[in-house]
Design a protein around this ligand. Structure first.
Ligand code: SIN
Ligand code: FE2
Length: 214
């Protein structure tokens, strides 16, 4: 039986051992999150980073928190300054910290203390190819991933790139947490479909919270 809240499906779904989809978990904080995303973007603008292989990413990115994830021709890494400005990344707003900590707790990770938040902005057509999150120092911490705005299709596979992937539709307010046995599972986002969302317009935002450093 679905757990219905205000007519919305808020059923949680176990995706794999250690991985759970918390439907609409961020919904009541979504407006505050979006307003804080705007503040972060005005200090540290979105940019399309280049992969070590020389491809420009279709997703616009920035960061907040003590560390930010970056890529350029030299590789993928975390750094405590924005390469565009040389300044520290904007601090992680309190509403983001508390949401990430609460979601991790709900998913069975009570000790999560994020020090990095990657902000991804997708326009229709943008995608994130299948990859592992493995630039962090310690894989005992989970990944907490929040969806806002336009819907997207999340692909979640296994430890090998060749493993079968399952597809999960993600909508405004959904949170995916993966850690433990699934911490290094391959995942990605299919090309975003055309559309407009009442809160974000022609865009999807994703917040990815991580513990980058010990
Ligand atoms: C990522 O894996 O870095 C992003 C996932 C998403 O946009 O939901
Ligand atoms: Fe990722």
């Amino acid at each position: 039986m679905d757990d219905l809240f205000g007519g919305l499906d808020t059923t949680n779904e176990e995706m794999a051992d250690g991985a759970v989809l918390l439907r609409r978990f961020a919904l009541d904080k979504a407006d505050d999150l979006l307003s804080d995303i705007g503040t972060v973007m005005s200090a540290a603008p979105l940019r399309h980073m280049v992969t070590p292989g020389g491809f420009t990413m279709s997703v616009g990115m920035t960061n907040c928190g003590q560390f930010g994830w970056v890529t350029d021709r030299r590789g993928y890494r975390y750094q405590n300054t924005d390469p565009l400005s040389g300044q520290p990344w904007p601090a992680m707003p309190e509403v983001m910290v508390s949401l990430a900590v609460d979601a991790a707790k709900q998913a069975g990770y009570p000790d999560f203390k994020p020090d990095a938040c990657l902000i991804n902005r997708y326009e229709p057509g943008a995608k994130m190819s299948l990859h592992q999150d493995k630039d962090e120092k310690d894989f005992s911490n989970p990944i907490v991933s929040v969806s806002l705005g336009l819907p997207a299709t999340f692909q979640f596979g296994g430890l090998s790139r060749k493993d079968a992937v399952r597809k999960y539709p993600l909508v405004h307010g959904d949170v995916v947490v993966w850690g433990g046995p699934s911490r290094l599972f391959y995942h990605g986002i299919l090309p975003l479909k055309e559309g407009t969302h009442e809160k974000t317009g022609r865009a999807r935002f994703n917040l990815t919270f991580r513990r980058a450093v010990l």
